[in-house]
Design a protein around this ligand. Structure first.
Ligand code: ATP
Length: 588
């Protein structure tokens, strides 16, 4: 796939890319439509033949039947060609929408967390749909509403030329002038259409944000507040939409006035020619019907043109947002990471978030293969940032991060992510079955392997109690499971992934003793034989580690084995004392 970002500001080139991919059916549609239009315009010429034959009186019977046959053939071919075109279009246009959605979705998944942090997920999803819908509508409009009137007007002008060349030339000038004028006025309305496109995307984003936070809205009884806020967002979008539509309507009215005047002029001219004996009655009828064709054609063209302008605005807005370059790309010479025990080294790392907030100045940390390191420290100390840097969600501005001696900025992102498993605090589960959620760790795992991972993660007891067992659907983000159960599913998924490095962000929420015991055992199984860095909150977890690192303000302020640190004044001893007091209070 060529780089989609090149199309961020070229909506028409983007559309052309997908037309080229399916060039043969598109060409077939065009040929069929143009053929149908030619037949449709020729129908009026056939009608002229019939009128002229009738004008010669009842004795010209031999002229009427051939003229009628020609007319009927044109009508039949016209209808048949339309059906052929619409049959091919019904699968070609749909396939184009599939191609577009697939490519945009693939590009979207390559963005870094900072891209997603700055945007609402709902607006991104809706922009993908809006883009494919806009192109689907534009394709349909072009083929059914723009091309036929243009071709019909062209054919009609040719036939008018057969009656009077100056009349046909006059029509060319008028039609050309009208189209140029419409284009220019339509282009001037672009800011209004762009404004509407942005507001429409905001409504989608707000709606998804609201739906995904429904439990929060319910808990705070915030329906009225949220409804008022949503009402306001919709109100703003409706105003923008009305402004955009009114502009288009003004354009149509202006067009209607010009074309009515032009056709009246044409008729007057034809009647004058008839009065002077320079045209037959059939030719006057021909000019009359062709004039109406041209009127209808330029009106349809104008309507389609302005609608396409509005769709183009939505398309450009969506492409500008979606097709931003990926800020984390593989280095041109990136090689897959070669595992060798999983030693992790932070070497003079300096890092600021994109908003300029500095987290690490000159950070150094060396973790030996197979070592279990507990990260502790005050909130905001940089523990989670250390995880994001190790997964290369951001690149440090200074220094290097190495795994087994290889700079993570120089290895492929895929091999890096394969080497690291993360069990986050906020567990994400898909709205799929338990089996699929666990198997997510390794899609090719057999049922037996999935079950063994579930057993090692102490999941099987509760899975057996569920009505659907392993095939139970866990609900949106796993709402049908308890916090402890969700964690154990995440552990099973991580066991199945079986990567040499484990990053663990321990949940802070209190668990009952039984759950805590089950999770401790599950984590114990998961940590075996891996290099582990865990953001740890519980005393029971910390005692299993080889080393504790205390982070504060992006610096290591304590580093050593739990046994050593417990005897030194400092954050770790305070933490142990605080938790011991808490536990003894709870026991009392
Ligand atoms: N995406 C982000 N953009 C900008 N600043 C951020 C971002 N994420 C974190 N920060 C800032 O970076 C600093 C370190 O945050 P980090 O989440 O690493 O701390 P932490 O030690 O994990 O805290 P906690 O224990 O509360 O989770 C904080 O000041 C935080 O506000």
């Amino acid at each position: 796939m060529d780089d989609l970002c090149a199309y961020a500001n070229r909506p028409w080139a983007f559309v052309a890319r997908y037309l080229r991919r399916r060039i043969v059916p598109h060409a077939a549609i065009m040929v069929a439509v143009l053929g149908a239009v030619a037949c449709s315009v020729s129908t009026q010429y056939g009608l002229k033949g019939v009128v002229d034959a009738l004008g010669k009186g009842p004795e010209s019977n031999h002229l009427i039947w051939p003229a009628l046959t020609v007319l009927i053939c044109f009508i039949a071919a016209d209808n048949m060609l339309w059906r052929v075109a619409s049959l091919i279009a019904s699968f070609t246009f749909v396939k184009v929408t599939g191609d577009i959605r697939r490519d945009l979705f693939q590009h979207l998944t390559g963005h870094s967390p900072s891209y997603f942090a700055d945007r609402q997920p709902g607006t991104l999803a809706s922009r993908i749909t809006a883009t494919s819908n806009a192109i689907f509508t534009a394709e349909n409009m072009f083929v059914w509403n723009v091309m036929p009137p243009c071709a019909a007007a062209f054919g009609a002008i040719l036939y008018v030329g057969s009656v009077s060349v100056p009349m046909a030339l006059g029509l060319v000038v008028i039609c050309g002038g009208v189209v140029v004028l419409m284009f220019r006025i339509a282009a001037a309305g672009k800011p209004l259409h762009h404004d509407f496109a942005e507001k429409a995307a905001a409504v989608d984003g707000e709606m998804v944000d609201l739906v995904s936070n429904m439990p929060l809205v319910r808990a705070f009884s915030a329906y009225k507040r949220e409804f008022a806020r949503f009402d306001q967002t919709i109100g703003t979008e409706m105003k923008a939409r009305s402004r955009s539509l009114l502009y288009l309507e003004r354009l149509r009215i202006m067009h209607a006035l010009i074309t009515v005047a032009a056709v009246l002029g044409l008729l007057y001219w034809a009647i004058q020619m008839w009065q002077q004996g320079a045209a037959t009655a059939g030719q006057v009828v021909l000019v009359c019907t062709l004039g109406i064709t041209i009127l209808a054609a330029t009106r349809d063209l104008a309507v389609a043109l302005v609608d396409v302008t509005q769709h183009t605005a939505r398309l450009s807005e969506a492409l500008r947002t979606l097709l931003q370059p990926h800020d984390l790309r593989d280095h041109p010479e990136a090689k897959p990471l070669v595992g060798d025990g999983a030693r992790i080294t932070f070497e003079s790392v300096g890092f600021n978030y994109p908003d300029g907030r500095e987290v690490f100045g000159e950070f150094n940390l060396d973790i030996q293969p197979g070592q279990r390191v507990g990260l502790v420290g005050r909130s905001g100390g940089g523990k989670s940032t250390l995880f994001t840097l190790l997964q290369r969600f951001y690149d440090p501005q200074q220094g290097r991060i190495l795994i087994d001696g290889q700079d993570i900025g120089r290895v492929t992102q895929e091999s890096l992510r394969e080497a690291i498993t993360v069990v986050p605090q906020d567990i994400s589960l898909f709205h799929r079955s338990l089996r699929e959620n666990i198997r997510y760790g390794r899609p090719e795992a057999t049922d037996e392997e999935v079950w063994a991972a579930a057993e090692a993660a102490r999941c099987t007891d509760f899975i057996n109690d569920l009505p659907g067992g392993f095939d139970t659907i866990v609900g949106d983000r796993g709402v049908k499971l308890s916090g402890g159960q969700r964690q154990r599913i995440a552990v099973a998924r991580a066991i199945l992934k079986n990567s040499p490095i484990l990053l663990l962000d321990e949940a802070t929420s209190a668990l009952d003793t039984e759950s805590e015991e089950a999770i401790r055992e599950a984590l114990g199984n998961l940590m075996k034989g891996r290099t582990v860095i865990a953001i740890a909150h519980r005393l029971s977890t910390l005692k299993d580690f080889d080393r504790i690192v205390v982070l504060d303000g992006g610096k290591v302020i304590q580093d050593g084995s739990p046994d050593r640190l417990v005897h030194l004044d400092g954050f770790y001893r305070d933490l142990i004392q605080r938790e011991t007091i808490k536990l003894s209070r709870e026991a009392a």
